[in-house]
Design a protein around this ligand. Structure first.
Ligand SMILES: [Mn+2]
Length: 329
Protein backbone atom coordinates (compact mmCIF):
# COMPACT_ATOMS: atom_id res chain seq x y z
CA UNK A 1 0.00 0.00 0.00
CA UNK A 2 1.13 3.52 -0.74
CA UNK A 3 1.62 6.11 1.89
CA UNK A 4 -1.73 7.76 2.35
CA UNK A 5 -3.45 8.80 5.51
CA UNK A 6 -7.05 9.72 6.03
CA UNK A 7 -5.95 12.32 8.57
CA UNK A 8 -4.07 14.30 5.95
CA UNK A 9 -7.13 14.61 3.69
CA UNK A 10 -9.43 15.34 6.63
CA UNK A 11 -7.64 18.66 7.08
CA UNK A 12 -8.06 19.55 3.42
CA UNK A 13 -11.71 18.74 2.66
CA UNK A 14 -15.06 19.18 4.36
CA UNK A 15 -17.00 16.82 2.17
CA UNK A 16 -16.28 13.55 0.44
CA UNK A 17 -17.94 11.41 -2.19
CA UNK A 18 -17.73 7.64 -2.11
CA UNK A 19 -18.49 5.57 -5.21
CA UNK A 20 -18.83 1.83 -5.59
CA UNK A 21 -19.57 -0.65 -8.34
CA UNK A 22 -22.59 -1.73 -10.35
CA UNK A 23 -24.50 -4.76 -9.04
CA UNK A 24 -23.13 -3.99 -5.58
CA UNK A 25 -22.23 -6.87 -3.28
CA UNK A 26 -21.70 -6.97 0.48
CA UNK A 27 -18.11 -5.79 0.17
CA UNK A 28 -19.01 -2.82 -2.05
CA UNK A 29 -21.86 -1.74 0.22
CA UNK A 30 -20.31 -2.55 3.60
CA UNK A 31 -16.95 -0.93 2.91
CA UNK A 32 -18.55 2.20 1.44
CA UNK A 33 -20.89 2.64 4.40
CA UNK A 34 -18.14 1.95 6.94
CA UNK A 35 -15.89 4.61 5.42
CA UNK A 36 -18.83 7.02 5.09
CA UNK A 37 -19.94 6.64 8.72
CA UNK A 38 -16.35 7.03 9.95
CA UNK A 39 -15.90 10.28 8.02
CA UNK A 40 -19.27 11.59 9.22
CA UNK A 41 -18.12 11.03 12.79
CA UNK A 42 -15.37 13.54 12.05
CA UNK A 43 -18.00 16.09 11.00
CA UNK A 44 -17.62 15.58 7.27
CA UNK A 45 -20.42 15.68 4.70
CA UNK A 46 -20.63 12.39 2.85
CA UNK A 47 -22.42 11.23 -0.25
CA UNK A 48 -22.32 7.58 -1.24
CA UNK A 49 -23.08 6.65 -4.84
CA UNK A 50 -23.99 3.42 -6.57
CA UNK A 51 -25.62 3.25 -9.99
CA UNK A 52 -27.65 0.12 -9.23
CA UNK A 53 -30.38 -0.83 -6.79
CA UNK A 54 -29.15 -2.10 -3.43
CA UNK A 55 -30.37 -5.69 -2.84
CA UNK A 56 -33.03 -5.85 -0.12
CA UNK A 57 -30.97 -8.24 2.02
CA UNK A 58 -28.62 -5.37 2.90
CA UNK A 59 -31.42 -3.16 4.25
CA UNK A 60 -30.38 -3.94 7.86
CA UNK A 61 -27.03 -2.17 7.43
CA UNK A 62 -26.53 1.06 9.39
CA UNK A 63 -26.28 4.02 7.04
CA UNK A 64 -27.93 2.20 4.11
CA UNK A 65 -30.21 5.21 3.52
CA UNK A 66 -27.02 7.08 2.59
CA UNK A 67 -26.43 4.87 -0.37
CA UNK A 68 -28.02 4.83 -3.77
CA UNK A 69 -27.83 8.54 -4.47
CA UNK A 70 -28.91 9.34 -8.02
CA UNK A 71 -29.08 13.11 -7.66
CA UNK A 72 -27.28 14.95 -10.44
CA UNK A 73 -23.71 15.75 -9.50
CA UNK A 74 -22.89 19.34 -8.65
CA UNK A 75 -19.47 18.39 -7.45
CA UNK A 76 -16.65 20.58 -8.76
CA UNK A 77 -13.34 19.58 -7.34
CA UNK A 78 -12.96 17.69 -4.10
CA UNK A 79 -12.02 14.15 -3.30
CA UNK A 80 -13.75 10.96 -4.36
CA UNK A 81 -13.09 7.53 -2.92
CA UNK A 82 -13.75 4.70 -5.36
CA UNK A 83 -14.20 1.42 -3.56
CA UNK A 84 -13.97 -2.20 -4.70
CA UNK A 85 -13.69 -1.28 -8.42
CA UNK A 86 -10.98 -2.81 -10.61
CA UNK A 87 -11.53 -0.04 -13.20
CA UNK A 88 -13.77 2.96 -13.77
CA UNK A 89 -16.16 1.03 -16.04
CA UNK A 90 -17.32 -0.73 -12.87
CA UNK A 91 -19.11 2.52 -11.95
CA UNK A 92 -21.60 2.05 -14.79
CA UNK A 93 -23.62 5.20 -15.46
CA UNK A 94 -21.72 7.11 -12.76
CA UNK A 95 -18.38 6.86 -14.57
CA UNK A 96 -18.78 10.33 -16.14
CA UNK A 97 -19.14 11.96 -12.73
CA UNK A 98 -15.53 11.17 -11.82
CA UNK A 99 -13.97 13.80 -14.07
CA UNK A 100 -15.36 16.55 -11.78
CA UNK A 101 -13.08 15.56 -8.87
CA UNK A 102 -9.53 16.82 -8.21
CA UNK A 103 -8.40 13.72 -6.37
CA UNK A 104 -9.44 10.12 -6.94
CA UNK A 105 -8.56 7.64 -4.21
CA UNK A 106 -8.81 4.09 -5.54
CA UNK A 107 -9.21 1.51 -2.76
CA UNK A 108 -9.46 -2.04 -4.02
CA UNK A 109 -8.24 -5.62 -3.71
CA UNK A 110 -8.78 -6.94 -7.27
CA UNK A 111 -5.60 -8.25 -8.90
CA UNK A 112 -6.83 -6.84 -12.23
CA UNK A 113 -7.05 -3.26 -10.83
CA UNK A 114 -5.65 -0.82 -13.40
CA UNK A 115 -4.58 1.88 -10.90
CA UNK A 116 -6.92 4.55 -12.28
CA UNK A 117 -6.63 6.79 -9.20
CA UNK A 118 -4.32 9.62 -8.19
CA UNK A 119 -3.85 7.56 -5.06
CA UNK A 120 -4.07 3.79 -5.45
CA UNK A 121 -4.50 1.72 -2.31
CA UNK A 122 -4.62 -1.58 -4.12
CA UNK A 123 -3.72 -4.74 -2.26
CA UNK A 124 -4.66 -8.05 -3.92
CA UNK A 125 -3.57 -9.95 -0.82
CA UNK A 126 -6.58 -8.55 1.03
CA UNK A 127 -9.66 -10.77 0.88
CA UNK A 128 -11.96 -7.76 0.64
CA UNK A 129 -12.01 -3.99 0.35
CA UNK A 130 -13.50 -4.15 3.86
CA UNK A 131 -10.12 -5.33 5.18
CA UNK A 132 -8.40 -2.36 3.54
CA UNK A 133 -10.92 0.08 5.02
CA UNK A 134 -10.44 -1.54 8.44
CA UNK A 135 -6.68 -0.99 8.23
CA UNK A 136 -7.06 2.55 6.92
CA UNK A 137 -9.41 3.53 9.75
CA UNK A 138 -7.29 1.79 12.36
CA UNK A 139 -4.08 3.48 11.17
CA UNK A 140 -5.78 6.84 11.57
CA UNK A 141 -7.11 5.97 15.04
CA UNK A 142 -10.78 6.12 14.11
CA UNK A 143 -13.15 4.75 16.72
CA UNK A 144 -14.61 1.60 15.17
CA UNK A 145 -18.09 1.75 16.69
CA UNK A 146 -20.82 -0.87 16.26
CA UNK A 147 -22.21 0.69 13.05
CA UNK A 148 -18.82 0.78 11.33
CA UNK A 149 -17.89 -2.68 12.61
CA UNK A 150 -21.13 -4.27 11.36
CA UNK A 151 -20.58 -2.84 7.88
CA UNK A 152 -16.99 -4.05 7.81
CA UNK A 153 -17.98 -7.49 9.06
CA UNK A 154 -20.57 -7.76 6.29
CA UNK A 155 -17.97 -6.63 3.71
CA UNK A 156 -15.42 -9.19 4.86
CA UNK A 157 -17.76 -12.13 5.39
CA UNK A 158 -19.41 -11.44 2.04
CA UNK A 159 -16.22 -11.56 -0.05
CA UNK A 160 -14.89 -14.62 1.76
CA UNK A 161 -18.16 -16.56 1.40
CA UNK A 162 -18.56 -16.46 5.17
CA UNK A 163 -14.83 -17.16 5.72
CA UNK A 164 -14.88 -20.24 3.47
CA UNK A 165 -12.95 -19.17 0.37
CA UNK A 166 -9.19 -19.58 0.00
CA UNK A 167 -8.73 -15.79 0.13
CA UNK A 168 -9.45 -16.07 3.88
CA UNK A 169 -6.14 -15.38 5.64
CA UNK A 170 -5.03 -15.25 9.27
CA UNK A 171 -5.33 -11.47 8.91
CA UNK A 172 -8.94 -11.82 7.73
CA UNK A 173 -9.77 -13.83 10.82
CA UNK A 174 -7.91 -11.47 13.17
CA UNK A 175 -9.83 -8.49 11.76
CA UNK A 176 -13.12 -10.41 11.98
CA UNK A 177 -12.25 -11.25 15.57
CA UNK A 178 -11.73 -7.60 16.41
CA UNK A 179 -15.06 -6.76 14.80
CA UNK A 180 -16.84 -9.46 16.83
CA UNK A 181 -15.49 -7.79 19.95
CA UNK A 182 -17.61 -4.77 19.00
CA UNK A 183 -20.72 -6.88 19.56
CA UNK A 184 -21.47 -8.20 16.07
CA UNK A 185 -23.64 -11.31 16.07
CA UNK A 186 -22.16 -13.61 13.37
CA UNK A 187 -25.23 -15.87 13.26
CA UNK A 188 -27.54 -12.96 12.46
CA UNK A 189 -25.21 -11.67 9.73
CA UNK A 190 -24.72 -15.05 8.06
CA UNK A 191 -28.45 -15.77 8.16
CA UNK A 192 -29.20 -12.45 6.43
CA UNK A 193 -26.35 -12.71 3.92
CA UNK A 194 -26.22 -16.38 3.01
CA UNK A 195 -29.04 -18.49 4.39
CA UNK A 196 -32.25 -16.63 3.61
CA UNK A 197 -33.84 -16.21 0.16
CA UNK A 198 -37.02 -14.70 -1.20
CA UNK A 199 -39.26 -17.37 -2.75
CA UNK A 200 -38.67 -15.77 -6.18
CA UNK A 201 -34.98 -16.73 -5.90
CA UNK A 202 -35.78 -20.40 -5.35
CA UNK A 203 -38.25 -20.48 -8.26
CA UNK A 204 -35.63 -18.84 -10.48
CA UNK A 205 -32.95 -21.29 -9.33
CA UNK A 206 -35.26 -24.23 -10.07
CA UNK A 207 -35.89 -23.01 -13.63
CA UNK A 208 -32.18 -22.22 -14.18
CA UNK A 209 -30.97 -25.62 -12.97
CA UNK A 210 -33.44 -27.29 -15.34
CA UNK A 211 -31.17 -26.04 -18.16
CA UNK A 212 -27.90 -27.26 -16.61
CA UNK A 213 -25.29 -28.33 -19.18
CA UNK A 214 -21.86 -29.98 -18.96
CA UNK A 215 -18.96 -30.29 -21.41
CA UNK A 216 -17.78 -33.71 -22.62
CA UNK A 217 -15.29 -34.12 -19.73
CA UNK A 218 -17.87 -32.87 -17.19
CA UNK A 219 -15.33 -30.34 -15.88
CA UNK A 220 -17.34 -27.32 -16.98
CA UNK A 221 -20.93 -26.84 -15.83
CA UNK A 222 -23.08 -23.98 -17.03
CA UNK A 223 -26.62 -22.69 -17.18
CA UNK A 224 -28.30 -19.58 -18.48
CA UNK A 225 -30.86 -17.11 -17.24
CA UNK A 226 -32.62 -14.44 -19.28
CA UNK A 227 -34.68 -11.37 -18.47
CA UNK A 228 -37.97 -13.18 -19.13
CA UNK A 229 -37.18 -15.82 -16.51
CA UNK A 230 -36.64 -13.06 -13.94
CA UNK A 231 -39.80 -11.22 -14.93
CA UNK A 232 -41.87 -14.38 -14.46
CA UNK A 233 -41.20 -14.30 -10.70
CA UNK A 234 -40.54 -10.59 -10.23
CA UNK A 235 -36.92 -11.46 -9.34
CA UNK A 236 -34.06 -8.93 -9.26
CA UNK A 237 -30.78 -9.70 -11.10
CA UNK A 238 -28.99 -9.68 -7.74
CA UNK A 239 -31.01 -12.76 -6.75
CA UNK A 240 -28.78 -14.77 -9.10
CA UNK A 241 -25.70 -14.00 -6.97
CA UNK A 242 -24.48 -17.36 -5.78
CA UNK A 243 -26.26 -19.47 -8.44
CA UNK A 244 -22.92 -20.12 -10.14
CA UNK A 245 -21.62 -21.79 -6.98
CA UNK A 246 -24.10 -24.66 -7.40
CA UNK A 247 -22.32 -25.38 -10.69
CA UNK A 248 -18.75 -25.06 -9.44
CA UNK A 249 -19.56 -27.18 -6.40
CA UNK A 250 -20.55 -30.28 -8.42
CA UNK A 251 -18.02 -33.08 -7.77
CA UNK A 252 -15.51 -33.28 -10.62
CA UNK A 253 -16.45 -29.86 -12.03
CA UNK A 254 -13.58 -27.37 -12.26
CA UNK A 255 -15.39 -24.33 -13.62
CA UNK A 256 -18.97 -23.13 -13.16
CA UNK A 257 -20.39 -20.56 -15.57
CA UNK A 258 -23.61 -18.58 -15.24
CA UNK A 259 -24.83 -16.77 -18.35
CA UNK A 260 -27.30 -13.94 -17.89
CA UNK A 261 -28.50 -12.94 -21.34
CA UNK A 262 -29.88 -9.40 -21.53
CA UNK A 263 -30.60 -6.81 -24.22
CA UNK A 264 -27.28 -5.16 -23.22
CA UNK A 265 -25.17 -8.26 -23.78
CA UNK A 266 -24.57 -11.47 -21.87
CA UNK A 267 -23.23 -11.05 -18.33
CA UNK A 268 -21.08 -13.99 -17.40
CA UNK A 269 -20.09 -15.15 -13.93
CA UNK A 270 -17.15 -17.58 -13.64
CA UNK A 271 -16.15 -19.62 -10.60
CA UNK A 272 -13.36 -22.18 -10.46
CA UNK A 273 -11.78 -24.68 -8.11
CA UNK A 274 -8.24 -24.54 -9.55
CA UNK A 275 -7.80 -22.67 -12.85
CA UNK A 276 -7.44 -18.88 -13.14
CA UNK A 277 -10.78 -17.59 -14.40
CA UNK A 278 -9.69 -13.93 -14.08
CA UNK A 279 -7.45 -14.60 -17.11
CA UNK A 280 -10.40 -16.02 -19.02
CA UNK A 281 -12.62 -13.05 -18.06
CA UNK A 282 -9.85 -10.68 -19.17
CA UNK A 283 -9.74 -12.19 -22.66
CA UNK A 284 -13.37 -11.02 -22.92
CA UNK A 285 -12.69 -7.56 -21.48
CA UNK A 286 -13.76 -8.44 -17.92
CA UNK A 287 -11.84 -9.10 -14.75
CA UNK A 288 -11.97 -10.32 -11.18
CA UNK A 289 -10.16 -12.79 -8.98
CA UNK A 290 -8.44 -16.09 -9.91
CA UNK A 291 -11.36 -18.18 -8.58
CA UNK A 292 -14.20 -15.69 -9.17
CA UNK A 293 -14.44 -13.43 -12.19
CA UNK A 294 -16.88 -11.98 -14.68
CA UNK A 295 -17.27 -10.35 -18.07
CA UNK A 296 -19.87 -9.12 -20.56
CA UNK A 297 -19.92 -10.63 -24.05
CA UNK A 298 -22.01 -9.53 -27.02
CA UNK A 299 -23.67 -11.82 -29.56
CA UNK A 300 -26.54 -14.26 -29.71
CA UNK A 301 -26.88 -16.37 -26.54
CA UNK A 302 -25.80 -19.50 -28.45
CA UNK A 303 -22.71 -17.80 -29.93
CA UNK A 304 -21.71 -16.32 -26.59
CA UNK A 305 -22.07 -19.61 -24.76
CA UNK A 306 -20.03 -21.47 -27.38
CA UNK A 307 -17.25 -18.85 -27.40
CA UNK A 308 -16.89 -18.81 -23.61
CA UNK A 309 -17.13 -22.58 -23.09
CA UNK A 310 -14.61 -23.20 -25.91
CA UNK A 311 -12.17 -20.76 -24.27
CA UNK A 312 -12.49 -22.52 -20.91
CA UNK A 313 -12.11 -25.92 -22.59
CA UNK A 314 -8.86 -24.73 -24.18
CA UNK A 315 -7.60 -23.38 -20.88
CA UNK A 316 -8.31 -26.70 -19.13
CA UNK A 317 -6.60 -28.55 -21.99
CA UNK A 318 -3.50 -26.31 -21.72
CA UNK A 319 -3.44 -26.93 -17.98
CA UNK A 320 -3.53 -30.67 -18.56
CA UNK A 321 -0.67 -30.45 -21.07
CA UNK A 322 1.55 -28.37 -18.81
CA UNK A 323 0.86 -30.69 -15.87
CA UNK A 324 1.70 -33.71 -18.08
CA UNK A 325 4.99 -32.06 -19.12
CA UNK A 326 5.93 -31.44 -15.53
CA UNK A 327 5.45 -35.12 -14.74
CA UNK A 328 7.49 -36.26 -17.77
CA UNK A 329 10.52 -34.18 -16.79
MN1 LIG B 1 -14.56 -6.97 -3.02
Amino acid sequence: MMNFSLLSVLHKYNSFSIFTHIRPDGDAIGSSLALGIALMQRGKKIRVFCSDQIPAKYSFLPGIEQLHDFSPGKEKGGLAFILDCSDLDRLGKLKDRIAAFDVIVNIDHHITNNHFGHVNLVDPSAASTGELIFKLLQESNFDLNYEISLNLYVAISSDTGSFKYENTTPQTMRIAGELLEKGINPAVVSQKLFDEYPLSTIFLLRDSLAGLELNHTREIAWMSVNEEMLKKYGAEPSEMDGFVNYLKNISGVEVGVLFYHTAEGSKIGLRSKTIDVALIAQTFGGGGHPRAAGCTVFGSPREVEKKVIDTINNSLEENRLSTANTFNR
